[in-house]
Ligand binder design. Sequence first.
Ligand code: DX5
Ligand code: ZN
Length: 221
Amino acid sequence: MRPNNIEIGASILSADFCYIGEAVEEAISSNIDFIHVDIMDGKFVESITWGPQTIADIKKNFNVVTDVHLMVEKPEQVLEQYLNAYPDRVSIHPESTYFSRKLLHQIKNSGAEAGIAMKLETPIESVINLLDIVDFVLLLSSEEGFGGNSYSEAIMTSKICKIMNLKKSLNYKLKIQLDGGIKGHNLGVLYEQGVNRFVLGSALYNNDPFKMNYEKIINVL
Ligand code: DX5
Ligand code: ZN
């Protein structure tokens, strides 16, 4: 039985790029809570994906929460264009800019939820001074840039513990979102550790935009 405080998002990075609309449609009809869109510029990460028009078109065609994960260098140069597409959530990487606080305020002022996203090697301590303004923290839990990479238990166990403790001691309402390597076998354990927002790519799509594994995954909870 699916607990009602859990949110599961589908990362369309693992869908067939020729069938993005179908992949979003399939996620919505499987009762996915949000669509996670990785924006990659070939510089901050190796891969290249989509742009602001993709977000605008998803918003135009579907009534679904869009979670934009900006994996780009100097997001200050493009953020406005993404905000003009009215995404529901936007996360930026502190490793990609000198202007994290300013950009997070800009996201919040647009009405979207603002998130700070962190690569595996980025320590929690480096974002403490941003936690007062963010709505969520997106922890990359596998090597960045591609779907299908495995969950890094060695790093994530203490990282999750640290962020949970900070959230509690500072009394912040922020959500903890995990992205990378989440599958049926670790979702339940991570939920028990207190995480309740998850992004799943390859576990859901298997490169087949028409057939999601959602029921199989959610049954582990
Ligand atoms: C990777 C991306 C993820 C990716 C997750 O850098 O940020 O959103 O799609 O894919 P899986 O669930 O296959 O690890
Ligand atoms: Zn992502």
